[in-house]
Design a protein around this ligand. Structure first.
Ligand SMILES: [Zn+2]
Length: 310
């Protein structure tokens, strides 16, 4: 990504710097991402699409597919490593090396479809992780919870006919927010009917509305689905300081949802949670939200923040 684009390397540099500054590195097991076998990505993406992306990056194109998908000559390798980072996370939880994992990866993935790049996304990292968990470890039932402020349209499209991969998205209402999908009536198709749950929130909804929707609908759907693994598409752009949408959440909502997901995972799937970074475009709120999320994944207490904001 080129300078000035909201989805740029500084996002991760700032997060890693903050992890060091907070003295958290020693308490974490650092996993190395790897370049995945192309065959494992072909379970998610059309081979010709991936090849077109590789070619565009190699010849120095400035965009791929659409204007907002800026690329550099290293974008293809980086996008593959992001998916491989999620696979490394799946390896860790499925081999009991870790209870849960946070994948600090970019570019994000949840808008990418089988043969489409959009919304800063090229390779659908969480979808690649889900398919890999199934093929490499035989995980049958997978629940994907996407709390990025934007609807995870790519992930939804990839799994909408799959009854064994539940996709749930909490996002700003599509009438007001990119990409314009994710209405309640989108509930899955064919054999996958009922295994998609969209929970759009009105502009300016905050922690209260997010947590209410989570408790009322997400929690019972996870309990009813009985997953063997929970994947999170953890974008932090529903934060009230994020410039790219109009939800007003704080770190408290992320802490609450993380804690509850861990409780459910402990009960249902041996604690197996792999959380994958999606959006979050204001450095300060991305970092503070991700750190609060990681601390909660570690089982640490995170002091509430919203009361201080009034
Ligand atoms: Zn987003």
């Amino acid at each position: 990504m080129r300078t000035g684009h909201p989805e740029n390397p500084k996002r991760l540099e700032a997060l890693i710097g903050a992890i060091d500054e907070a003295g958290m590195r020693e308490s974490l097991i650092l996993l190395e991402p790897y370049a995945p076998a192309l065959a494992s990505l072909h379970a998610v993406h059309d081979p010709a699409y991936l090849e077109a992306f590789r070619t565009a990056a190699a010849r120095g194109d400035r965009h791929f597919a659409v204007r907002d998908c800026s690329i550099s000559e290293r974008s293809y390798e980086t996008a593959l490593l992001a998916a491989g980072g999620v696979m490394a996370g799946i390896d860790a939880v499925c081999s009991d090396r870790a209870d849960n994992v946070f994948c600090a990866v970019r570019p994000p993935g949840h808008h990418a479809g089988r043969a489409s790049a959009m919304g800063f996304c090229f390779v659908n990292n969480v979808a690649a992780g889900a398919r890999y968990a199934r093929s490499a470890y035989g995980v049958e039932r997978i629940y994907i919870l996407d709390w990025d402020v934007h609807h995870g349209n790519g992930t939804q499209a990839l799994f909408e006919e799959d009854p064994l991969t539940f996709f749930c998205s909490l996002h700003e209402h599509p009438s007001f927010c990119y990409p314009g999908t994710g209405r309640r009536l989108e509930k899955g198709k064919g054999a996958g009917a009922g295994a998609t749950l969209n929970l759009p929130l009105a502009p300016h909804a905050g922690d209260r509305e997010m947590i209410e929707a989570f408790e009322r609908e997400v929690v019972p759907s996870i309990e009813a689905f009985r997953p063997g693994l929970i994947l999170l598409s953890a974008g932090f752009d529903a934060h009230h300081d994020d410039p790219i949408a109009e939800l007003e959440c704080t770190e408290d909502a992320y802490v609450h949802m993380t804690r509850r997901v861990l409780e459910l995972a402990d009960r249902l799937c041996e604690g197996r949670v792999v959380s994958v970074l999606e959006g979050g475009y204001r450095t300060e709120s991305l970092v503070s939200s991700a750190i609060a999320h990681i601390r909660t994944l570690q089982g640490r207490e995170v002091p509430p923040c919203s009361s201080a904001r009034g």
